[in-house]
Design a protein. Structure first.
Lengths: 310, 524, 361
């Protein structure tokens, strides 16, 4: 293929849109994991958010209500996980998997009447003259509001974790729940709040798929995006800024792959379709081999159950 | 020295506190007073109910009945935050610190209304200097030694100007020199009007430091005494209930070298672990080598290197003619090198498995409990039964889960399990840590007996008294390095302290009390 | 106030009662869900759980289906359970199942139309190796680079699905199929077909393998040192290392065995009930097997029963779809609910529930 004739502008313009779902889900999961909880149910919460958001947006013709409903839906579902793991002390890995399986089923049931339904129109935010800048305008400044919300979210999470006392407490709970408990912090409550936040973010990410990126409802439409979001957190070494970089890298890959398919490159379609997953695996290997045997970046209590003995 | 004002209204009056857990009454009708500017000892052996009592004072546990009065007002803290606001601060035995966070963040987490981070760092530096507890606020706690971590806890408390400071077994992580300096700091605090509730089972410390002592046994107050007037053996008898006879030592013939470690080096196996640097020592048949040192100086790592869980360069671990350095735990067991790690639940034993299964865990190869991989559970059960019988392990039977046993009984099982396999070399790490006095005495006696039968014993321990009691030779492990060995006979605590690295940069608290909260200049 | 109090050891009674309780609670909640979907809950539950076995009209068709569906579920779940017990989380059995099917079918299609008794064993071996090799990817990455096996095994499912599509449309496409996607139908190739062994039972080689695997797994877990090491590793990894377990080797064994079993399940399916490689050949057995493994308490006998129960919900679900117009997804939701309830009530086996003031003995 002749790359000089390849049109890069639509590719770059689509990059931010393609990255936003996993960015939202990833930044939410980062907060959850920082609190010491491993929620493998991101995929299930995303797809539930996707169907809740889509259904409510159609019903109310309001994108805002759609997104809010998606966040609520994701959060409610995540609290199921929260109650099971934090109150009933079930295994986090197993419960996260259950959440994914449950979410996939739930969304399919809820969404059966929405298959093939056309989504609502959502226009770009008017950023005035910024949007008219040649090249940069279409790439950066002609997107819908959620793209910018997701960026704000990254900044907010960074600020919360590193500059506020509540963020410090949350990190402390993730490092050692026993020590945090001994100092009188409410480990279970803090973790439940983090889980709910993660669920809401995953829900938003899912709704972004069904309302803007695709935009329609199909069963299983997240197609592993939730798992990519989980991989993203590992890739980012639990740092919000790197979640942003990682999300845009993954997003860029997806867009590139789709564009190459559309451009009719002489590479099997299946090979292109599997490339985001393969590259994610390679990146995970690279990241983990960089610190062999050592999990410096991961919160020390990640995935461990907490039961106060006193 | 300021005398305690025990005649005045007490700072904290504890009145008939009772707290029961399922199957055990942790505190029963406990009453005593802590005076203003008094160092009050709470003495009792493991499991006597000291921890539960302080948790009630700190608001972590609510009493079932009874009241407390703090400075004249009813005191029933619903949470640690309330206790801290009233003026109670606590230095925990198992540190309440976060390894991945830095010193300042750790301090902030233990305060009610911490100032901004920059300001806090300044205050940490100044207070830590004033009290001879040097600390760098920006360092990650995971990189600090056990002694330094304790300083973080103490500074965290001091920044809140506590009226009552609770210290739970503070000296277990300190060298004798560091202990002296800590005591100076505590006396200085007392002079400033702070009361201290000092929890320990070390009698000599209490005799030198404390004004009054309350002694707990099985959850009840059994005596209140002036520790400076009582002898150590009187205190011990009050604490344990009976007079324990010291371990009977039979000095047998020292035999050939059984275990030789030469130039053993090992990278730290985990982020916050200690690297071992060029360790060399040997142990003879019939001998107990005591390896002393403050926790976190490479004890766990040394055990891993000896048990074979981590292998090291060829030629570093040898038993007679066998080079075991590259062999795993199974081969080392076959060769007669057995180990009992410190952590009972989760390392030496599987918590939710039965004693039979835990017997299978380490005794399989030496006691022929399998044929071609097929396990003989009958053999494991009878071996577990033998251990239970020989070491007086109090349990309903071998089908009981390891986690259902008390610390002392499980430790007897763990050590007994290895001893009954007739090791040529036995390595134990903290054999009596967190164990009641009777069980500790039984374990020490068993180690002596094993050595008398001709085995070589390596005992890694933080408890220097224990080493002095039963070891023949002593080496100090400090920062992953080993000192030269010295015979225990004639060894003084002071000499041991120097071998352990002395005061590690701690300084005697300086200045007059009035300047304590507004220190000027650096340490003299 | 309700509190949890850790039992000194897990209650044997509750360990076996919780799955039954979970099933009962799922029926209750499922009934509510069916009612919300506008179906008669009692009729729906009856259609799912009883009609496939006892309805004179359908039972003759659906009874054999029970073993057909349970076979692969049990086979996969046994492998997964070995890993789960050791704390090795292979959640990509679906991918290993696909790769086993592709490899097994490829051998058959390469040998076609050879008529020989070695064809079928060769296929089984290829299927086993295909699943094994696919599971070795997360295994090797985990042991060599410490890469999270959960994410890798799962992501490989999506890769396997693309390979399946490529195979169905390309390499393995039936040359006599008039350009339609999908391979030759192996059921029409006698040497390769995995046919019903006893007519009317649904028993095929895969089911036989599953039963043998249950017995072997039981022996390994209770009597063999490997099973003991698996249990110790899952319970406390440090104690396992102390006992002489080499963690890397155990991880590879667990992933390898579960991959091989999933691969065989795929092969038996493609050579039997499915018949051919198609784009949508995989039907989620690899994921449902996770539920089966947990529902069966990661115990071989439990998995046998759980596999049969889960197969029943599949068949009953299809029946309910056909009879009552229940959406296909509802049954997936129903299965997810079952796992949720199971994990929730599990607390009863490890903790006592205390009601009343804390601390009063």
């Amino acid at each position: 293929m002749d790359l000089s004739t390849f049109n890069w502008l639509p590719l770059l313009a689509a990059l931010m849109v393609a990255s936003t779902p996993i960015l939202l889900a990833g930044i939410g999961e980062l907060v959850v994991e920082k609190a010491g909880v491993l929620n493998l149910g991101v995929e299930g919460m995303m797809i539930t958010g996707a169907v809740c958001g889509f259904a409510m947006a159609i019903a109310t013709e309001s994108a805002v209500i759609g997104f809010v409903s998606a966040a609520v839906g994701g959060a409610v579902l995540s609290l199921l996980f929260g109650v099971l793991t934090q109150v009933l002390l079930s295994n986090q890995v197993a419960t996260g998997l259950a959440l994914t399986l449950f979410g996939l089923g739930l969304s399919a049931v809820l969404g059966q009447n929405y298959i093939g339904v056309k989504g609502i129109e959502i226009s770009a935010v008017n950023l005035g003259p910024l949007a008219d800048i040649p090249f940069l305008g279409p790439v950066l400044f002609q997107h819908d509001g959620m793209v910018y919300v997701s960026l704000l979210m990254v900044v907010a999470v960074w600020y919360f974790l590193n500059r506020t006392r509540a963020g410090l407490v949350l990190r402390a709970v993730g490092e050692s729940h026993d020590a945090a408990h001994a100092l009188g912090y409410k480990v279970v409550r803090i973790r439940l709040a983090a889980i709910a936040f993660g669920g809401a973010c995953a829900g938003l990410g899912g709704a972004y798929l069904s309302l803007i990126r695709v935009p329609q409802w199909t069963e299983g439409m997240t197609a592993g995006a939730g798992w990519l979001a989980l991989a993203l957190v590992v890739f980012a070494s639990w740092k919000p800024g790197r979640v942003l970089i990682g999300a845009y890298l993954f997003g860029g890959l997806t867009v590139l792959q789709l564009n190459l398919q559309a451009a009719g490159v002489k590479v099997p379609v299946e090979l292109l379709s599997m490339s985001p997953y393969v590259i994610t695996i390679l990146v995970l290997v690279l990241i983990s081999s960089g610190r062999r045997g050592r999990q410096t970046a991961a919160p020390a209590s990640l995935g461990r159950a907490f039961h106060a003995t006193t | 020295m300021t005398q305690p004002n025990s005649q005045e209204a007490p700072l904290l009056r504890i009145n008939a506190l009772t707290k029961a857990y399922p199957g055990v009454i942790a505190n029963e009708d406990v009453s005593f007073d802590i005076g203003t500017a008094e160092i009050h000892a709470l003495l009792g052996e493991n499991g006597a109910g000291k921890s539960t009592l302080v948790k009630m004072i700190y608001g972590l546990v609510k009493p079932d009945s009874g009241q407390m009065v703090f400075a004249g007002a009813p005191f029933a803290p619903p949470a640690p935050a309330a206790a801290r606001q009233t003026g109670v601060a606590m230095v925990f035995q198992h540190f309440s610190l976060f390894e991945a966070l830095n010193v300042a963040e750790n301090v902030a987490l233990g305060m009610e209304n911490p100032p901004a981070m920059g300001q806090l760092a300044e205050r940490i530096t100044s207070v830590s200097r004033a009290y001879g507890l040097p600390l760098d606020p920006a360092r990650r706690v995971g990189d600090l030694s056990a002694g330094e971590r304790q300083r973080v806890e103490i500074v965290r408390c001091l920044l809140q100007d506590p009226k009552l400071l609770i210290m739970d077994e503070p000296t277990s992580v300190l060298t004798p020199q560091e202990v002296e300096i800590l005591f100076e700091t505590l006396r200085k605090l007392r002079a400033e009007g702070t009361s201290i509730l000092y929890i320990s089972h070390k009698l000599e410390e209490i005799r030198t430091l404390c004004d009054r002592a309350t002694i707990l046994r099985r959850g009840k107050v059994v005596a209140k005494t002036d520790p400076q007037q009582a002898s150590a053996s009187e205190l011990a008898e009050m604490m344990v209930g009976t007079a324990l006879k010291p371990a009977a030592r039979v000095t047998g013939m020292k035999g050939a070298v059984m275990l030789e470690v030469r130039g053993l080096s090992m990278a730290a196996p985990s982020d916050f672990g200690t690297a071992l640097k060029d360790l060399s020592f040997q142990v003879n048949a019939g001998e107990i080598l005591g390896i002393g040192g403050v926790a976190g100086n490479g004890q766990d790592e040394l055990l891993l290197a000896l048990s074979g869980e981590i292998t090291t360069a060829a030629g570093t671990v040898r038993m007679q003619d066998d080079d075991l350095s590259q062999q795993g735990p199974l081969e080392r067991r076959r060769a007669g090198l057995l180990c009992a790690p410190e952590e009972r639940l989760g390392h030496a034993a599987v918590p939710d498995m039965s004693l039979t299964e835990n017997a299978m865990l380490t005794a399989r190869v030496r006691e022929n409990m399998d044929k071609a991989g097929m396990l003989d559970w009958g053999a494991a059960r009878s071996f577990a039964q033998d251990v239970i019988k020989a070491f007086d392990v109090r349990t309903p039977g071998p089908a009981t889960a390891a986690q259902a046993l008390s610390g002392g009984n499980l430790q007897k099982f763990v050590v007994g399990r290895e001893i009954l396999q007739q090791p040529s070399v036995l390595v134990v790490n903290q054999p009596t840590w967190g164990v009641d006095a009777a069980a500790a005495a039984a374990i020490r006696q068993a180690l002596l007996d094993l050595a008398a039968q001709g085995a070589a014993v390596v005992m890694i321990s933080q408890d220097l008294d224990e080493i002095l009691e039963i070891a023949d030779r002593f080496v100090a492990l400090n920062g992953g390095q080993l000192s030269a060995s010295e015979p225990v006979e004639g060894l003084t605590l002071e000499r041991i302290g120097l071998m352990l690295g002395g005061a590690h940069g701690m300084e005697v608290a300086q200045g007059a009390p009035a300047h304590a909260t507004a220190p000027q200049g650096g340490p003299s | 106030m309700i509190r949890l109090e850790r039992r000194p050891q897990p209650s044997r009674l509750w360990v076996w009662c919780t799955p039954l309780l979970a099933v009962a609670l799922t029926m209750l909640a499922g009934g509510l869900m069916f009612a919300a979907l506008g179906k008669d809950p009692i009729e729906a539950i009856r259609t799912i759980f009883f009609d496939p076995l006892f309805n004179p009209q359908f039972a003759s068709y659906s009874r054999p289906q029970l073993l057909v569906k349970a076979g692969p579920l049990i086979l996969i779940a046994i492998g997964l359970a070995l890993g789960f017990r050791a704390g090795v989380w292979n959640i990509g059995a679906e991918g290993q199942y696909i790769m086993g099917a592709i490899c097994g079918a490829a051998v058959a299609l390469a040998l076609y139309p050879l008529d020989s008794p070695i064809v079928f064993p060769a296929m089984v071996l290829a299927g086993l190796l295909g699943g094994f090799a696919w599971a070795m990817i997360p295994g090797v990455l985990r042991t060599a680079f410490n890469t999270n096996e959960i994410l890798v095994s799962l992501l490989l499912v999506y890769v396997a699905e693309q390979i399946l599509a490529a195979m169905a449309l390309g390499l393995l496409r039936n040359p006599d199929g008039g350009g339609f996607p999908g391979s030759r139908n192996l059921q029409q190739y006698p040497s390769a077909a995995n046919l019903e062994l006893i007519a009317g039972t649904g028993m095929h080689w895969g089911v036989v393998t599953a039963f043998i695997t249950v017995i072997l797994a039981y022996i390994v877990l209770t009597r063999h040192v490997l099973g003991f090491h698996i249990r110790v590793t899952g319970s406390s990894p440090r104690a396992a290392r102390f006992a002489g377990v080499v963690p890397a080797r155990l991880i590879l064994i667990c992933l390898g065995v579960s991959g091989a079993l999933a691969g065989m399940a795929g092969l038996y399916e493609v050579a039997g009930p499915a018949g051919q490689i198609t784009i949508d050949f995989n039907s989620g057995y690899g994921f449902t097997a996770i539920i089966v493994a947990f529902l069966g308490r990661l115990h071989p006998v439990g998995i046998l029963l759980a596999g049969l129960l889960m197969a029943l919900t599949y068949i009953g679900g299809e029946l309910a779809q056909f009879m009552l117009g229940l959406p296909a997804a509802a049954i997936q939701l129903f299965q997810g609910m079952l796992l949720f309830f199971l994990l929730g009530v599990d607390v009863l086996s490890n903790y006592r529930i205390r009601i009343g003031r804390p601390g009063v003995a």
